[in-house]
Ligand binder design. Sequence first.
Ligand code: HEC
Length: 142
Amino acid sequence: MKPAIAALIGIALLTATVAKAEDTGPGLGEIMTLQQLRHIKLWFAGRAGNWPLADYEVGELSEGFEDVDKLLGGETVGKMVGGPMKELQKAVDDKNAAGFAAAFDHLTAGCNSCHHTLDHAFIAIQRPTSLPYSNQNFAPQK
Ligand code: HEC
């Protein structure tokens, strides 16, 4: 086989594999498990005044919500958590601890209103009370 043809076949196979991976990408439940983890980490990052970490977790949460948005379509995600996510980003940018706590509670309320709207009211999210990640130091780093 000529190298050019072999390369073309290679590209075709690769494209097919990527397309398949997209079809069978993580479902809503899997994405939500990650959102739950980030929700916890975000809270403790903000509480510790580790604003770069809080900023990172807000970014991860928003990427997760973008994936949810692609799966659900429509405007559900924006309606439920769009406002609180902006509020959180602003509080983190301003290093505003009180604003952060308020915005975090608004986000949590947004999580729950979506669960209500989409028939999952039994999944009730709240402010975390303890940090399960003892292998990560949340204190601000120099
Ligand atoms: C756009 C709507 C929507 C938003 C916003 C939303 N959720 Fe969900 N969530 C769902 C739906 C629907 C399910 C059920 C998914 C499934 O398993 O099919 C779910 C499931 C979950 C689960 C159960 C996962 C498991 O397997 O145990 C957790 C935990 C969760 N969400 C946390 C959150 C958190 C935390 C937020 C906010 C930071 C959030 N969700 C925001 C719609 C939403």
